[in-house]
Design a protein around this ligand. Sequence first.
Ligand code: AMP
Ligand code: TRP
Length: 358
Amino acid sequence: MSSAASAVQTPKTFAPRIFSGIQPSGGLTLGNYLGALKRFVEKQDEGIETIYCLVDLHAITVWQDPKVLRQQTREAAAGFIAAGIDPKRSILFNQSQVSAHAELGWIFNCVARMGWMSRMTQWKDKTAGKNAEAASLGLFAYPALMAADILAYHATMVPVGEDQRQHLELTRDIAIKFNNDYDVDFFPVVEPVIEGVATRVMSLRDGTKKMSKSDPSDQTRINLTDDADTIAAKIRKAKTDPKPLPDSIDGLKDRPEARNLVNIYAALAGHSVDQVIRDFAGAQFGTFKPALADLAVATLSPITAEMSRLMADAAEIDRILADGADRADALAQPILEQVFDITGMIRSRRKPSTAFQG
Ligand code: AMP
Ligand code: TRP
């Protein structure tokens, strides 16, 4: 067995490795913070190898102003660091700096089936009532690029919010089909990590809609760049119903807005929903909302302040992203070379040590 062969891993021996990504297509929201960032930090602090990516190639599936995209990518990087990602312990970078993503993404476009992609609910939602013919091909293909993001690192665990569950199932299908088509045991079958009370933070104006950075109304979301007064005002004006808070979780059924605010409180405080219900049973929103606003401001203000401090030095952010991209590239490149071998591409320009011998 050559040394390259012994380096090839099978699913049974994959080391735990976490990968996740966020689109820099708008500012980070409280949904991103509770559903993703806060949990990214927890995973990093558990000592698992963590790779976090600002997926700029995904962002341009919908047109982005180049200046704004650059700014938002730096701002997202600042948000990650301000929330507790340590760019020395985690790898933090932007996707376009590591070419393996686009290259493996193409290979996966050839593995994924049109039927699979057409069934993606996010694609259906994003084109519902609009002219799907006018959507970019990239928007349709984007879950295959997402699979490439993850599998280029042989990542085994992917922390995301609930909205990404179907894309992770597709990632598993792509890994399995690739392994079968080429009769190899090469890609791991990833585990979604969708946990906690805030896997789906809802809009402040409609408890049935996800809080989203792309919602046209800024009142629907809390941004990590909002100041204390703005946060308090948005929570004060959040849609609710006239009833007081119930004394059991069951009482939140059919009250999506009330449930959302209680979930947000629980996630911010690090309490269970049960605990929050016990503390606020019978309280009116006139009491609960100011308590929630205080908690949100106390949690987010230090992050906002640190973000703006970091944003004052764009060159330093770019340096951190370059360092992360170098380290990401070093992990992805040997895996990509093996994929090219497996699929029959001649790579005679490459250094010999990375060939797949499986
Ligand atoms: P995106 O902003 O769509 O790139 O999402 C980045 C990450 O944040 C993904 O893991 C999403 O699942 C998560 N996320 C986005 N919005 C929410 C939300 N409203 N609630 C919970 N998680 C969210
Ligand atoms: N599709 C994800 C979103 O919109 C972002 C993303 C891209 C991602 N690549 C990823 C998340 C890989 C996890 C892993 O939220």
